[in-house]
Design a protein around this ligand. Structure first.
Ligand code: HEC
Length: 133
């Protein structure tokens, strides 16, 4: 039993910052998927964000900050509706709302210095957001 517990405690587990860096990438890709109206990609990206949030709830349940993570759900829900409706203006306003919620949580957990904003350029040069329509 002791060895099993020891083994478990030595199992690699991503930290909060790693999950967030991952969310950062999908937040950015999601924006460009929406801008280019590649709605299937937007749907994929928002599900990636949802999965990471679930992972935070599962693997970092003991972290005080995890108690606040639920505040993001209404913003995710309205963005999901905008994607399903393939509605660009609604997508934009919902994405702004999502981004504000990211910062609201950072403020709530004393990480206000990690400020996110609307992306300006696609994150990677090896992914084409423009041709898949
Ligand atoms: C629990 C509420 C919460 C929500 C909601 C949240 N974050 Fe975070 N975020 C944190 C915490 C806590 C950290 C600091 C993590 C650490 O300990 O390294 C963080 C850190 C970050 C970082 C810095 C990561 C690094 O290590 O460089 C980025 C970027 C980030 N968040 C992006 C986002 C984005 C984008 C969203 C919204 C889609 C979001 N966050 C929503 C709590 C939250």
């Amino acid at each position: 039993m002791d060895t099993l517990e020891k083994k478990l405690s030595e199992t690699y587990k991503p930290g909060f910052g790693e999950f967030m860096s991952n969310i950062q990438v999908h937040h950015e890709k999601l924006w460009f998927a929406g801008q280019y109206q590649i709605w299937k990609l937007a749907d994929f990206e928002i599900h990636e964000i949802m999965e990471i949030i679930e992972d935070i709830e599962t693997y970092l349940a003991e972290r005080e900050e995890s108690k606040q993570i639920g505040m993001i759900n209404p913003a995710i829900d309205s963005l999901t509706l905008a994607i399903q409706a393939e509605n660009l203006p609604l997508f934009k306003s919902s994405f702004v709302n999502l981004t504000n919620t990211c910062n609201n949580c950072h403020r709530a957990v004393d990480f206000v210095f990690n400020k996110v904003k609307l992306p300006e350029t696609p994150p990677f040069s090896n992914q084409d957001f423009s041709v898949q329509k």
